[in-house]
Design a protein around this ligand. Structure first.
Ligand code: PTJ
Length: 247
C-alpha cells in the first residue's frame, strides 16, 4: 500500500516519488534515478505541474510521427518503468516497440525491469538480448537490440542523459525526447522535444494515438507546421516567466 493520503494537495507528485522509492528498493531504479527525478520535479513545479500548450502540441506531433513510422521504439529506463509501467504496457499494445535500455546497465536490472513491465501488461519487451552496438557511444546505452532501437526509424527517449540523442540522429533516426528540462542537451538536439512530465506525456500520447488511428488527418496541421526551435523557446519562456510571489 502506498502511504500518500489522497487529500494531500500534491498527491500526484508524492505518489510518483513513492513509486520511485519503491522502484529503487525493488531494484528497478538506479540510485542516480532518484536524483534525476528530483531535478524533474523542480522543472515540473515551474510548469505548475500541468501540460502547457506547447508541450501538448509536441506530444500530438510526436504521436503523428510515431504513428507514421515503420518501426517506432520507446526506450525505457529504470525511472520510466517504475513510474508508468501500465502506460508502457498500453503503448506496447498499440504497436510501439518497447526496449529496456539503461545508462547504469546490469543484466539483472534489465531482466527485472522487463519482468516488471510484463507484469503490467507490456508485450514483446526487448533489451534483454541487446546484441548490437551503437558505435562511438562510450557508455552502456550503446548496447541495443537488433529488432528494436538498432533498426528503429523513430526512437522516443524519455529522461535521457544527453549524448545518445546525437548518435541516434547521426544514424538517421528521428528522435523524440521527453525531458522536463528544455535546456538539456537531449531537448536541444531531439527532432521533437516534449517538455512535460512523462506521466502526462504518455497519457496524452495514447489519447492522441487512438484519435489518429480513427482519423489519420486528426490535427495533422499541428504536426506539419511543428517547429521544435519555437517549441523550446516557448517552453523556456514559460518557465522563465513564472512569478514566485506568494508561491
Ligand atoms: O535507469 P538508468 O540506468 O538508465 O538511469 C536513468 C537516469 C534517469 C538516472 C539517467 O538517464 C540520468 O542520469 O538522467 P539525467 O541526466 O539525470 O537526465 C534526466 C532528465 O530527465 C533531467 O533533465 C530531468 O529534468 C528529467 N526528468 C526527471 N524526471 C522526469 C523528467 N522528465 C520528464 N518526466 C519526469 N518524470
Amino acid at each position: 500500500m502506498l502511504s500518500v493520503p489522497e487529500d494531500h494537495p500534491r498527491y500526484e507528485s508524492l505518489l510518483l516519488r513513492e513509486r520511485l522509492v519503491r522502484g529503487f528498493e525493488e531494484g528497478l531504479v538506479a540510485k542516480a534515478g532518484l536524483i534525476a527525478h528530483g531535478r524533474g520535479e523542480a522543472f515540473d513545479y515551474l510548469l505548475g505541474e500541468e501540460t502547457v500548450e506547447w508541450a501538448d502540441k509536441a506530444t500530438l506531433a510526436a504521436a503523428h510521427c510515431m504513428y507514421r513510422s515503420d518501426n517506432p521504439v520507446l526506450s525505457v529506463n529504470g525511472n520510466v518503468a517504475a513510474v508508468v509501467p501500465e502506460l508502457v504496457g498500453e503503448l506496447s499494445m498499440l504497436g510501439v516497440g518497447v526496449e529496456v535500455n539503461l545508462f547504469h546497465r546490469s543484466d539483472e536490472r534489465v531482466n527485472r525491469i522487463i519482468e516488471f513491465l510484463e507484469e503490467h501488461g507490456a508485450v514483446g519487451v526487448l533489451g534483454g538480448d541487446a546484441d548490437m552496438l551503437i558505435k562511438d557511444l562510450s557508455h552502456d546505452r550503446a548496447f541495443v537490440s537488433r529488432e528494436g532501437i538498432y533498426s528503429a526509424d523513430t526512437v522516443m527517449v524519455p529522461l535521457e542523459d544527453g549524448d545518445r540523442t546525437v548518435k541516434l540522429r547521426d544514424l538517421g533516426k528521428t528522435v523524440i525526447s521527453i525531458d522536463l528540462n528544455p535546456l538539456s542537451r537531449t531537448s536541444k538536439t531531439a527532432d521533437i522535444s516534449i517538455v512535460d512530465n512523462v506521466v502526462r506525456v504518455f497519457e496524452n500520447f495514447i489519447g492522441y494515438w487512438k484519435k489518429i488511428d480513427r482519423d489519420s488527418s486528426f490535427k495533422l496541421d499541428v504536426y506539419n507546421s511543428f517547429d521544435n526551435e519555437e517549441n523550446l523557446r516557448k517552453m523556456e519562456e514559460k518557465m522563465r516567466g513564472v512569478s514566485f510571489e506568494g508561491g
